[in-house]
Design a protein around this ligand. Structure first.
Ligand SMILES: Nc1ncnc2c1ncn2[C@@H]1O[C@H](COP(=O)(O)OP(=O)(O)O)[C@@H](O)[C@H]1O
Ligand SMILES: N[C@@H](CCC(=O)OP(=O)(O)O)C(=O)O
Length: 377
Protein backbone atom coordinates (compact mmCIF):
# COMPACT_ATOMS: atom_id res chain seq x y z
CA UNK A 1 0.00 0.00 0.00
CA UNK A 2 2.92 2.35 0.61
CA UNK A 3 4.08 1.64 -2.95
CA UNK A 4 3.81 5.36 -3.72
CA UNK A 5 6.86 6.02 -1.50
CA UNK A 6 9.58 4.51 -3.72
CA UNK A 7 7.90 6.10 -6.73
CA UNK A 8 8.03 9.58 -5.21
CA UNK A 9 10.44 11.82 -7.06
CA UNK A 10 10.57 14.13 -4.05
CA UNK A 11 9.94 12.83 -0.56
CA UNK A 12 9.52 14.58 2.78
CA UNK A 13 10.42 12.43 5.79
CA UNK A 14 9.70 13.61 9.31
CA UNK A 15 11.31 12.02 12.35
CA UNK A 16 10.14 12.67 15.91
CA UNK A 17 12.15 13.31 19.04
CA UNK A 18 11.10 9.99 20.52
CA UNK A 19 12.81 8.08 17.72
CA UNK A 20 16.24 9.72 17.73
CA UNK A 21 16.83 10.70 21.33
CA UNK A 22 17.03 8.56 24.44
CA UNK A 23 14.25 8.88 27.04
CA UNK A 24 16.62 10.72 29.39
CA UNK A 25 17.43 13.24 26.65
CA UNK A 26 20.42 13.34 24.35
CA UNK A 27 20.83 12.11 20.79
CA UNK A 28 20.79 8.36 20.30
CA UNK A 29 23.36 7.66 17.54
CA UNK A 30 22.08 4.21 16.51
CA UNK A 31 18.63 5.22 15.18
CA UNK A 32 20.07 8.42 13.73
CA UNK A 33 22.60 6.37 11.78
CA UNK A 34 19.93 3.94 10.59
CA UNK A 35 17.81 6.87 9.38
CA UNK A 36 20.64 8.64 7.59
CA UNK A 37 21.91 5.44 5.95
CA UNK A 38 18.45 4.63 4.61
CA UNK A 39 17.85 8.17 3.32
CA UNK A 40 21.33 8.33 1.76
CA UNK A 41 20.64 5.08 -0.11
CA UNK A 42 17.31 6.47 -1.28
CA UNK A 43 19.00 9.61 -2.58
CA UNK A 44 21.65 7.54 -4.29
CA UNK A 45 18.81 5.90 -6.24
CA UNK A 46 18.00 9.30 -7.75
CA UNK A 47 15.30 10.56 -5.40
CA UNK A 48 15.16 13.91 -3.62
CA UNK A 49 14.69 13.85 0.13
CA UNK A 50 13.85 16.62 2.59
CA UNK A 51 14.15 15.64 6.22
CA UNK A 52 12.09 17.36 8.93
CA UNK A 53 13.79 16.48 12.18
CA UNK A 54 12.63 17.15 15.71
CA UNK A 55 14.88 16.50 18.66
CA UNK A 56 16.54 19.86 19.32
CA UNK A 57 14.95 20.35 22.72
CA UNK A 58 15.53 16.75 23.77
CA UNK A 59 19.14 16.89 22.54
CA UNK A 60 19.81 20.02 24.59
CA UNK A 61 18.58 18.69 27.90
CA UNK A 62 21.53 16.42 28.78
CA UNK A 63 24.31 19.00 28.19
CA UNK A 64 22.29 21.59 30.12
CA UNK A 65 21.83 19.24 33.05
CA UNK A 66 18.04 19.40 32.81
CA UNK A 67 16.54 15.99 33.63
CA UNK A 68 13.11 16.25 31.93
CA UNK A 69 11.52 18.22 29.11
CA UNK A 70 10.84 21.71 30.48
CA UNK A 71 7.29 23.06 30.30
CA UNK A 72 8.04 26.74 30.06
CA UNK A 73 8.75 28.30 26.68
CA UNK A 74 11.99 30.19 27.53
CA UNK A 75 13.68 27.02 28.83
CA UNK A 76 12.44 25.07 25.83
CA UNK A 77 13.87 27.76 23.56
CA UNK A 78 17.18 27.68 25.44
CA UNK A 79 17.32 23.88 25.20
CA UNK A 80 16.49 24.05 21.50
CA UNK A 81 19.34 26.44 20.76
CA UNK A 82 21.80 24.18 22.55
CA UNK A 83 20.33 21.03 21.04
CA UNK A 84 19.82 22.19 17.45
CA UNK A 85 23.53 22.62 16.83
CA UNK A 86 24.26 19.27 18.45
CA UNK A 87 21.59 17.67 16.29
CA UNK A 88 22.99 19.17 13.09
CA UNK A 89 26.53 18.18 14.10
CA UNK A 90 25.35 14.59 14.61
CA UNK A 91 23.62 14.56 11.22
CA UNK A 92 26.65 16.16 9.52
CA UNK A 93 28.99 13.53 10.94
CA UNK A 94 26.92 10.59 9.70
CA UNK A 95 26.06 12.21 6.36
CA UNK A 96 29.77 12.86 5.74
CA UNK A 97 30.28 9.09 5.46
CA UNK A 98 28.00 9.24 2.42
CA UNK A 99 29.61 12.40 1.04
CA UNK A 100 26.40 14.36 1.68
CA UNK A 101 26.27 17.92 3.01
CA UNK A 102 23.37 18.85 5.28
CA UNK A 103 21.65 22.23 5.11
CA UNK A 104 19.85 23.54 8.16
CA UNK A 105 16.48 25.12 7.40
CA UNK A 106 14.73 26.66 10.41
CA UNK A 107 11.16 27.82 9.83
CA UNK A 108 8.60 29.51 12.02
CA UNK A 109 4.84 29.46 11.53
CA UNK A 110 5.08 33.09 10.55
CA UNK A 111 7.41 32.18 7.68
CA UNK A 112 4.73 30.01 6.16
CA UNK A 113 1.84 32.33 6.97
CA UNK A 114 3.26 35.27 4.99
CA UNK A 115 3.38 34.90 1.27
CA UNK A 116 6.79 36.55 0.73
CA UNK A 117 8.40 34.45 3.47
CA UNK A 118 6.73 31.34 2.09
CA UNK A 119 8.21 32.02 -1.34
CA UNK A 120 11.63 32.56 0.19
CA UNK A 121 11.53 29.26 2.03
CA UNK A 122 10.27 27.56 -1.13
CA UNK A 123 13.08 28.98 -3.27
CA UNK A 124 15.77 28.19 -0.73
CA UNK A 125 14.69 24.55 -0.46
CA UNK A 126 14.41 24.25 -4.22
CA UNK A 127 17.92 25.60 -4.71
CA UNK A 128 19.39 23.39 -1.99
CA UNK A 129 17.94 20.32 -3.69
CA UNK A 130 19.17 21.46 -7.09
CA UNK A 131 22.66 21.82 -5.63
CA UNK A 132 22.53 18.30 -4.22
CA UNK A 133 22.42 19.41 -0.59
CA UNK A 134 20.35 17.66 2.07
CA UNK A 135 17.81 20.03 3.68
CA UNK A 136 17.09 19.29 7.32
CA UNK A 137 14.13 21.33 8.54
CA UNK A 138 13.08 22.11 12.09
CA UNK A 139 10.94 24.72 13.70
CA UNK A 140 12.88 27.86 14.57
CA UNK A 141 12.25 27.25 18.25
CA UNK A 142 14.25 30.14 19.65
CA UNK A 143 12.20 32.79 17.88
CA UNK A 144 8.88 31.01 17.98
CA UNK A 145 6.58 32.72 20.45
CA UNK A 146 3.75 30.91 22.20
CA UNK A 147 1.18 32.38 19.81
CA UNK A 148 2.82 31.44 16.56
CA UNK A 149 4.50 28.11 17.34
CA UNK A 150 3.75 25.09 15.24
CA UNK A 151 4.48 23.22 18.45
CA UNK A 152 4.58 20.04 16.54
CA UNK A 153 6.77 19.24 13.62
CA UNK A 154 4.24 16.87 12.14
CA UNK A 155 2.16 19.73 10.80
CA UNK A 156 5.32 21.59 9.80
CA UNK A 157 6.28 18.52 7.75
CA UNK A 158 2.90 18.48 5.99
CA UNK A 159 3.27 22.16 5.11
CA UNK A 160 6.85 21.64 3.93
CA UNK A 161 5.62 18.77 1.74
CA UNK A 162 3.09 21.11 0.15
CA UNK A 163 5.54 24.01 -0.13
CA UNK A 164 8.15 21.84 -1.81
CA UNK A 165 5.65 20.08 -4.13
CA UNK A 166 6.67 16.74 -2.65
CA UNK A 167 5.07 13.56 -3.96
CA UNK A 168 4.85 11.76 -0.63
CA UNK A 169 5.17 12.34 3.11
CA UNK A 170 6.55 9.81 5.59
CA UNK A 171 5.98 10.46 9.30
CA UNK A 172 8.28 8.38 11.50
CA UNK A 173 7.67 7.81 15.18
CA UNK A 174 8.27 5.15 17.81
CA UNK A 175 5.08 3.28 16.94
CA UNK A 176 4.74 1.19 13.77
CA UNK A 177 1.30 2.49 12.76
CA UNK A 178 -1.84 4.24 13.80
CA UNK A 179 -3.97 2.03 16.04
CA UNK A 180 -7.69 2.19 16.79
CA UNK A 181 -6.72 3.16 20.37
CA UNK A 182 -3.42 3.98 22.10
CA UNK A 183 -1.26 0.85 21.66
CA UNK A 184 -1.13 -1.14 24.84
CA UNK A 185 -4.82 -0.63 25.47
CA UNK A 186 -6.73 -3.88 25.16
CA UNK A 187 -8.34 -4.29 21.77
CA UNK A 188 -6.19 -1.66 20.00
CA UNK A 189 -5.90 -2.75 16.37
CA UNK A 190 -3.54 -1.60 13.67
CA UNK A 191 -5.05 0.50 10.88
CA UNK A 192 -3.57 -0.13 7.42
CA UNK A 193 -5.38 2.49 5.42
CA UNK A 194 -7.15 5.78 5.93
CA UNK A 195 -8.95 6.40 2.65
CA UNK A 196 -11.40 9.04 3.87
CA UNK A 197 -11.71 11.23 6.93
CA UNK A 198 -14.63 9.11 8.12
CA UNK A 199 -12.20 6.16 8.52
CA UNK A 200 -10.97 8.02 11.61
CA UNK A 201 -14.41 8.15 13.25
CA UNK A 202 -13.79 5.31 15.68
CA UNK A 203 -10.09 5.99 16.26
CA UNK A 204 -8.93 7.21 19.67
CA UNK A 205 -5.51 8.80 19.85
CA UNK A 206 -3.52 9.91 22.84
CA UNK A 207 -2.17 13.42 22.37
CA UNK A 208 0.51 13.59 25.00
CA UNK A 209 3.16 11.57 23.25
CA UNK A 210 6.33 10.10 24.51
CA UNK A 211 7.45 12.73 26.98
CA UNK A 212 10.32 14.00 24.82
CA UNK A 213 8.22 14.93 21.80
CA UNK A 214 5.22 17.20 21.76
CA UNK A 215 2.90 15.92 19.16
CA UNK A 216 1.62 12.49 20.04
CA UNK A 217 -0.33 10.48 17.51
CA UNK A 218 -3.03 13.14 17.19
CA UNK A 219 -0.71 15.56 15.41
CA UNK A 220 0.52 12.83 13.08
CA UNK A 221 -3.02 11.99 12.08
CA UNK A 222 -3.72 15.67 11.59
CA UNK A 223 -0.56 16.20 9.54
CA UNK A 224 -1.17 13.12 7.37
CA UNK A 225 -4.73 14.35 6.82
CA UNK A 226 -3.51 17.83 5.80
CA UNK A 227 -1.16 16.22 3.28
CA UNK A 228 -3.80 13.83 1.91
CA UNK A 229 -6.24 16.72 1.66
CA UNK A 230 -3.80 18.69 -0.47
CA UNK A 231 -2.86 15.95 -2.89
CA UNK A 232 0.05 14.29 -1.10
CA UNK A 233 -0.23 10.68 0.09
CA UNK A 234 1.25 10.03 3.53
CA UNK A 235 2.34 7.11 5.65
CA UNK A 236 2.78 6.93 9.42
CA UNK A 237 5.19 4.30 10.69
CA UNK A 238 8.18 3.74 12.96
CA UNK A 239 11.78 4.64 12.30
CA UNK A 240 12.67 0.96 12.49
CA UNK A 241 10.50 0.48 9.38
CA UNK A 242 12.30 3.13 7.35
CA UNK A 243 13.98 0.68 4.95
CA UNK A 244 10.74 -1.18 4.39
CA UNK A 245 8.65 1.91 3.79
CA UNK A 246 11.21 3.33 1.35
CA UNK A 247 11.08 0.13 -0.65
CA UNK A 248 7.27 0.20 -0.73
CA UNK A 249 6.58 -2.66 1.65
CA UNK A 250 3.22 -2.86 3.30
CA UNK A 251 3.98 -1.17 6.63
CA UNK A 252 2.44 1.55 8.73
CA UNK A 253 -0.79 3.42 8.11
CA UNK A 254 -1.27 4.89 4.66
CA UNK A 255 -3.38 8.02 4.15
CA UNK A 256 -4.51 8.12 0.54
CA UNK A 257 -5.14 11.40 -1.25
CA UNK A 258 -8.61 12.82 -0.52
CA UNK A 259 -8.36 16.04 -2.53
CA UNK A 260 -6.22 17.38 -5.35
CA UNK A 261 -3.41 19.83 -4.57
CA UNK A 262 -4.75 22.97 -2.94
CA UNK A 263 -3.59 26.49 -3.60
CA UNK A 264 -1.12 27.80 -1.07
CA UNK A 265 -3.67 30.44 -0.13
CA UNK A 266 -6.33 27.90 0.78
CA UNK A 267 -3.84 25.73 2.64
CA UNK A 268 -2.81 28.81 4.59
CA UNK A 269 -6.42 29.66 5.25
CA UNK A 270 -7.23 26.20 6.54
CA UNK A 271 -4.19 25.47 8.65
CA UNK A 272 -2.28 28.63 9.48
CA UNK A 273 -4.56 31.64 9.37
CA UNK A 274 -5.88 32.92 12.66
CA UNK A 275 -9.54 33.86 12.26
CA UNK A 276 -10.36 37.40 13.34
CA UNK A 277 -14.04 36.65 13.81
CA UNK A 278 -16.92 34.42 12.79
CA UNK A 279 -20.03 34.50 10.63
CA UNK A 280 -22.97 32.36 11.76
CA UNK A 281 -25.07 31.17 8.81
CA UNK A 282 -28.53 29.66 8.44
CA UNK A 283 -29.17 26.04 7.44
CA UNK A 284 -29.72 26.91 3.76
CA UNK A 285 -26.42 28.76 3.49
CA UNK A 286 -24.56 25.97 5.33
CA UNK A 287 -26.00 23.48 2.84
CA UNK A 288 -25.03 25.69 -0.12
CA UNK A 289 -21.44 26.00 1.11
CA UNK A 290 -20.86 22.38 2.08
CA UNK A 291 -22.84 20.46 -0.54
CA UNK A 292 -23.16 22.79 -3.49
CA UNK A 293 -19.84 24.61 -3.55
CA UNK A 294 -21.48 28.06 -3.46
CA UNK A 295 -20.21 31.41 -2.23
CA UNK A 296 -21.62 32.88 0.97
CA UNK A 297 -24.24 35.61 0.43
CA UNK A 298 -25.36 38.12 3.05
CA UNK A 299 -28.90 36.74 2.96
CA UNK A 300 -27.69 33.55 4.69
CA UNK A 301 -25.67 35.22 7.45
CA UNK A 302 -27.50 35.50 10.75
CA UNK A 303 -24.89 36.82 13.17
CA UNK A 304 -21.34 38.17 13.49
CA UNK A 305 -18.66 37.66 16.08
CA UNK A 306 -15.49 39.68 16.56
CA UNK A 307 -14.09 42.74 14.83
CA UNK A 308 -12.54 42.25 11.42
CA UNK A 309 -11.53 44.17 8.34
CA UNK A 310 -12.35 43.39 4.71
CA UNK A 311 -9.96 40.63 3.58
CA UNK A 312 -9.50 39.06 7.04
CA UNK A 313 -9.88 35.32 7.66
CA UNK A 314 -13.09 34.41 9.49
CA UNK A 315 -14.68 31.17 10.60
CA UNK A 316 -18.06 30.30 9.13
CA UNK A 317 -20.32 28.55 11.59
CA UNK A 318 -23.37 26.32 11.15
CA UNK A 319 -26.59 27.40 12.93
CA UNK A 320 -25.45 25.41 16.02
CA UNK A 321 -22.11 27.26 16.16
CA UNK A 322 -20.00 24.43 14.72
CA UNK A 323 -17.25 25.74 12.38
CA UNK A 324 -17.94 24.44 8.89
CA UNK A 325 -15.67 26.59 6.74
CA UNK A 326 -13.14 29.34 6.81
CA UNK A 327 -12.92 32.21 4.37
CA UNK A 328 -11.59 35.64 3.54
CA UNK A 329 -14.45 38.03 4.16
CA UNK A 330 -15.11 40.85 1.67
CA UNK A 331 -16.66 43.32 4.10
CA UNK A 332 -15.63 44.51 7.55
CA UNK A 333 -17.55 43.83 10.75
CA UNK A 334 -18.60 47.50 10.67
CA UNK A 335 -20.08 47.20 7.18
CA UNK A 336 -21.81 43.84 7.47
CA UNK A 337 -24.66 44.48 9.95
CA UNK A 338 -26.56 46.61 7.40
CA UNK A 339 -26.31 43.73 4.90
CA UNK A 340 -27.26 40.68 6.98
CA UNK A 341 -30.30 38.71 5.92
CA UNK A 342 -30.85 40.84 2.81
CA UNK A 343 -30.81 39.69 -0.78
CA UNK A 344 -28.01 40.92 -3.02
CA UNK A 345 -30.52 42.97 -5.09
CA UNK A 346 -31.94 44.66 -2.02
CA UNK A 347 -28.43 45.46 -0.73
CA UNK A 348 -27.51 46.95 -4.11
CA UNK A 349 -30.62 49.17 -4.06
CA UNK A 350 -30.10 50.34 -0.50
CA UNK A 351 -26.34 50.53 -0.10
CA UNK A 352 -24.96 50.72 -3.63
CA UNK A 353 -23.36 48.28 -6.04
CA UNK A 354 -20.09 47.97 -4.18
CA UNK A 355 -21.97 46.10 -1.42
CA UNK A 356 -23.82 43.80 -3.78
CA UNK A 357 -21.15 41.11 -3.86
CA UNK A 358 -20.67 37.80 -2.11
CA UNK A 359 -19.69 38.12 1.56
CA UNK A 360 -17.17 35.32 1.07
CA UNK A 361 -16.42 34.26 -2.50
CA UNK A 362 -16.11 30.56 -3.21
CA UNK A 363 -12.48 30.99 -4.31
CA UNK A 364 -11.64 32.47 -0.91
CA UNK A 365 -13.32 29.75 1.08
CA UNK A 366 -12.38 26.32 2.36
CA UNK A 367 -14.86 23.88 3.82
CA UNK A 368 -13.54 22.31 6.97
CA UNK A 369 -14.32 18.69 7.43
CA UNK A 370 -14.85 18.03 11.10
CA UNK A 371 -12.07 15.41 11.03
CA UNK A 372 -9.70 17.86 9.40
CA UNK A 373 -10.58 20.74 11.67
CA UNK A 374 -8.25 23.62 10.94
CA UNK A 375 -6.55 24.37 14.21
CA UNK A 376 -5.33 27.88 14.78
CA UNK A 377 -1.58 27.83 15.47
N1 LIG B 1 -4.19 5.48 18.45
C1 LIG B 1 -2.86 5.50 18.56
N2 LIG B 1 -2.11 4.81 17.65
C2 LIG B 1 -0.75 4.83 17.70
N3 LIG B 1 -0.05 5.49 18.65
C3 LIG B 1 -0.71 6.19 19.59
C4 LIG B 1 -2.14 6.23 19.57
N4 LIG B 1 -2.54 7.01 20.61
C5 LIG B 1 -1.41 7.44 21.22
N5 LIG B 1 -0.30 6.95 20.64
C6 LIG B 1 1.07 7.23 21.09
O1 LIG B 1 1.70 8.27 20.31
C7 LIG B 1 3.09 8.11 20.45
C8 LIG B 1 3.83 8.84 19.34
O2 LIG B 1 3.83 10.23 19.59
P1 LIG B 1 5.16 11.03 20.01
O3 LIG B 1 5.84 10.34 21.10
O4 LIG B 1 4.79 12.47 20.21
O5 LIG B 1 5.99 10.87 18.72
P2 LIG B 1 7.17 11.70 18.07
O6 LIG B 1 8.10 12.16 19.14
O7 LIG B 1 7.74 10.64 17.19
O8 LIG B 1 6.54 12.84 17.31
C9 LIG B 1 3.31 6.62 20.42
O9 LIG B 1 4.39 6.25 21.21
C10 LIG B 1 1.99 6.05 20.96
O10 LIG B 1 2.15 5.46 22.23
N1 LIG C 1 11.16 21.72 17.33
C1 LIG C 1 11.10 20.80 18.45
C2 LIG C 1 10.23 19.64 18.09
C3 LIG C 1 8.89 19.66 18.61
C4 LIG C 1 8.16 18.39 18.12
O1 LIG C 1 7.25 18.47 17.29
O2 LIG C 1 8.58 17.23 18.56
P1 LIG C 1 8.04 15.79 18.03
O3 LIG C 1 6.63 15.61 18.58
O4 LIG C 1 8.98 14.84 18.61
O5 LIG C 1 8.05 15.79 16.56
C5 LIG C 1 12.49 20.18 18.70
O6 LIG C 1 13.28 20.07 17.78
O7 LIG C 1 12.71 19.77 19.83
Amino acid sequence: MSGFVPGARRLVVKVGSSSITSPAGGIDPAPLTALVDALAAHRAAGREVILVSSGAIAAGLGPMGIPARPRDLPTQQAAASVGQSLLMAAYAQILARHGITPAQVLLSADDLARRTHYRNAQQAIERLLALGMFPIVNENDTVATQEIRFGDNDRLAALVAHLSHADALVLLSDVDALYTAPPGEPGAERIDLVGAPSDLDEVRVGGVGSGVGTGGMATKVHAASIAADSGIPAVVTSLSNIGRVLSGEDVGTVFTVTHRRRSTRLLWLAHLAEPEGALRVDAGAAEALIRRGKSLLAVGVTRLEGEFDAGDPVDIQAPDGRPIARGLVRYSSAELPAMLGRSTGEIGDRLGGSYAREVVHRNDLIVIDQHMKAQPV
